[in-house]
Design a protein around this ligand. Structure first.
Ligand SMILES: Cc1cc2nc3c(=O)[nH]c(=O)nc-3n(C[C@H](O)[C@H](O)[C@H](O)COP(=O)(O)OP(=O)(O)OC[C@H]3O[C@@H](n4cnc5c(N)ncnc54)[C@H](O)[C@@H]3O)c2cc1C
Length: 374
């Protein structure tokens, strides 16, 4: 996007990518469909300096993204969740469209940038008046983003806040029953809690049980908060919107009406999950203590998470070059003149739903335009 914007504005642009295949991450994004953006994108959808993020997002909003891709022949459709995908459901179409738009850009693949000396000299031989660093973070390193962009940023005087996985599945204790429910998904509210029990973050959405632990949108969204707040715990309310009191009262009332009725007739959860939370099935056979234990597990179950699945499985990287070191009016470095940074290399990470690409499109375009002198 940066290369396209700079080239369209009249600059001579060479795009150097260490990967053999360009746009590898776009190709695997959104399950191969590429969730290009979201119908509503606000700074609140991101972690990072929100005022600075808002300023960048304003320069290229969702309607601009939709129009940009439509002009390149990729019409987007909105799904129920608000996510926008190509109507073809093919991420390949997004990469091809970007490559068509990059017609004036000299694209060099398979060459890793190992050094950038200020001035600028790249890999000791390529000279440039201006450099745009769009090397991504550390997520799914086999696509090319192995964190070497941070080394290059440091060479040019920048600091880098610690990078850690975000939008990443979570692994639970080996042999825990959660791993036996693989394939089941439930609507849940997850809360990250401090060791003193204070709720630090809450997210609601679909949670998927897997053979290693937990995934699904709500788990991915909350993962970075669980990681960033260690030694925090993660707990689930399997009945979002309900409280201990409301569920307890509902079970008592239902047992009075019909003690032979099943717990499942009051608590609407997949049978296999409910069976793991209580061996009892009839309402009338639950002792008071067992009922209260069940209710606590239903609304506040401490998930036995032991670790995240790492950068290999993370959709995005938290941390990076701080926005305070960037002039967000132009994306130029405040530390190294004529250096521009954009995309995931910066200390910005969005929630799931097309937000990370919108950040990449907007910051990339702004960096490209500014670097071209426009
Ligand atoms: C599995 C997966 C699915 C995703 N799905 C979505 C989605 O549907 N919607 C969404 O909004 N976001 C999604 N994301 C996140 C999104 O893909 C990224 O946030 C976005 O691609 C970041 O763009 P970028 O250009 O900053 O970095 P990247 O896309 O990571 O690109 C960085 C490029 O720099 C190159 N590079 C790195 N270091 C060097 C070097 N030293 N020398 C030369 N080249 C180098 C790499 O080869 C790479 O091509 C997904 C991510 C993953 C991993």
């Amino acid at each position: 996007m940066a290369a396209i914007a700079a080239s369209c504005a009249g600059a001579r642009v060479v795009a150097i990518d260490g990967a053999k295949k360009i746009g590898a991450k776009i190709l695997i994004s959104g399950g191969g469909r590429c969730n290009v953006t979201n119908e509503v994108v606000r700074a609140e959808d991101f972690n990072g300096s929100r005022n600075a993020i808002a300023k960048v997002l304003r320069t290229f909003d969702v309607s601009s993204t939709v129009a940009f891709f439509e002009e390149l022949g990729v019409k987007l459709k909105r799904e129920e969740t608000g996510k926008l995908f190509p109507i073809s459901n093919r991420a390949r179409d997004v990469v091809d469209a970007l490559l068509r738009a990059a017609e004036g850009v000299e694209i060099v693949t398979g060459i890793r940038v190992e050094s950038i000396e200020s001035g600028f000299v790249i890999n000791g031989s390529i000279h440039a008046d201006r450099v745009i660093l769009a090397a991504g973070g550390r997520s799914v390193p086999m696509t090319g983003s192995d964190g070497s962009g941070y080394t290059l940023a440091r060479m040019l005087g920048h600091t880098v806040t610690p990078a850690f996985p975000a939008l990443v599945p979570l692994v639970v204790e080996k042999g825990h029953w959660i791993t036996e429910l693989s394939g089941i998904s439930v609507d849940a509210e997850l809360a990250v809690k401090s060791p003193t029990g204070r709720v630090l973050q809450r997210h609601r959405g679909s949670m998927l049980f897997t053979h290693f632990g937990l995934s699904g949108p709500v788990v991915l969204d909350i993962s970075r908060h669980w990681i960033a707040n260690q030694p925090a715990t993660l707990s689930a309310n399997f009945l979002p919107g309900e409280t201990f009191e409301s569920v307890d009262a509902a079970l008592i009332a239902a047992a009075k009406r019909n003690p032979h009725a099943t717990i499942g007739s009051v608590v609407r959860l997949p049978d296999r999950l409910l069976a793991r939370l209580t061996p009892e099935t009839a309402l009338g056979r639950l002792s008071k203590d067992d009922r209260r234990r069940l209710v606590r597990d239903l609304v506040d179950y401490t998930l036995p998470v032991v670790r995240d699945r790492g950068f290999e499985y993370a959709e995005v990287t938290a941390g990076g070059v701080p926005l305070s070191e960037i002039d967000v009016g132009t994306m130029e470095s405040r530390i190294c003149p004529n250096l521009y940074l954009c995309g995931e290399i910066l200390d910005v990470d969005g929630r799931i739903g097309g937000f990370n690409f919108q950040w990449a499109w907007a910051s990339g375009r702004l960096a490209g335009l500014s670097a071209s002198g426009r």
